[in-house]
Design a protein around this ligand. Sequence first.
Ligand SMILES: Cc1cc2nc3c(=O)[nH]c(=O)nc-3n(C[C@H](O)[C@H](O)[C@H](O)COP(=O)(O)OP(=O)(O)OC[C@H]3O[C@@H](n4cnc5c(N)ncnc54)[C@H](O)[C@@H]3O)c2cc1C
Length: 320
Amino acid sequence: MAEILVLVDHADGEVKKVTLELLTLAARLGEPSAVLVGGGYDAAKATLAEHGAAKVYVAEDADLSSYLIAPVAELLAQLVVSASPAAVLLSSSAEGKEIAARLALKTASGVITDATDVRSGDSGPVAEQQVFGGSTIVTSKISTGTPIITVRPNSVAPEATAGDATREDVTVELSDAAKSAKITDRVVEEKGERPELSEAAIVVSGGRGVGSAEKFSVIEALADSLGAAVGASRAVTDAGWYPHQHQVGQTGKTVSPQLYIAAGISGAIQHRAGMQTSKTIVAINKDPEAPIFELVDFGVVGDLFKVVPQLTEEIHKRKG
Ligand SMILES: Cc1cc2nc3c(=O)[nH]c(=O)nc-3n(C[C@H](O)[C@H](O)[C@H](O)COP(=O)(O)OP(=O)(O)OC[C@H]3O[C@@H](n4cnc5c(N)ncnc54)[C@H](O)[C@@H]3O)c2cc1C
């Protein structure tokens, strides 16, 4: 069976959920092989094995983690030549998409970004993308080189399948060009209890309708009742009511959770661009004509300060 390479997204061997989703898709296409850059194999092994990784290519060379992006693309390009995989799957993060683009150039291959599903076709993988506010589904396949596909987090539910996760060490001779942007410092972002926005299965976002930074606690309370991440529209982050890293949209983060709740958000096209592939969309807005209602599965016309606290209370009640 042909190998499918999956670039592992991890922090010191703590594997991110998106990697398990990629392994699940890879198992549909062939035999998943994980590519782990940096240390952490021992910590990652069990999780990768539980999700079907037959092999783990471990690249521990310090140079791979000391420079931005380019070395990882060179490593993958080398593996594409040596392992002849049937496809390479990466996460649709900014980093994943840049690596994919560089890899495509290096291997003269086609690339598909922001896929929301990947399945096996007659002549290679077939990817699905959602465009125009999720109203159109594009199905495409790559006809040149090795298919390189980036997949949005939360596109599939991770499935457990046994694999051996056998370690295979790889080294790469990096070009000078790959070492042109050196990482001089790393700062670990302070994280609260909430899940990371792009990875969360549930996102609760607030817009200008929330009215102020202080009142954002109403959005946070709902998010916490659901174990969700907190998002915000650009109107909110520009006003300084919530940090920019929580902005959802064209110039913010792209999310694709199972459930997206938008409170006090009008639904501008630039906001939709970042959340339109969410599986279920719920909006709370006092204006029945708000464009967000064109997109929703469930809409509540009402004042968010009446609706959201009641919803939070009800969720707490049901959770006991
Ligand atoms: C190049 C460019 C890039 C952009 N990128 C992004 C981006 O990444 N993300 C993004 O979000 N925007 C982005 N924008 C901005 C975007 O066009 C909108 O201006 C923005 O999304 C509006 O945010 P909002 O919906 O919170 O505010 P508004 O459009 O002002 O909507 C507020 C909504 O709250 C409702 N409301 C008010 N009070 C209440 C209440 N008490 N209860 C219930 N509902 C209430 C109102 O009816 C209204 O619908 C971008 C714009 C440009 C030009």
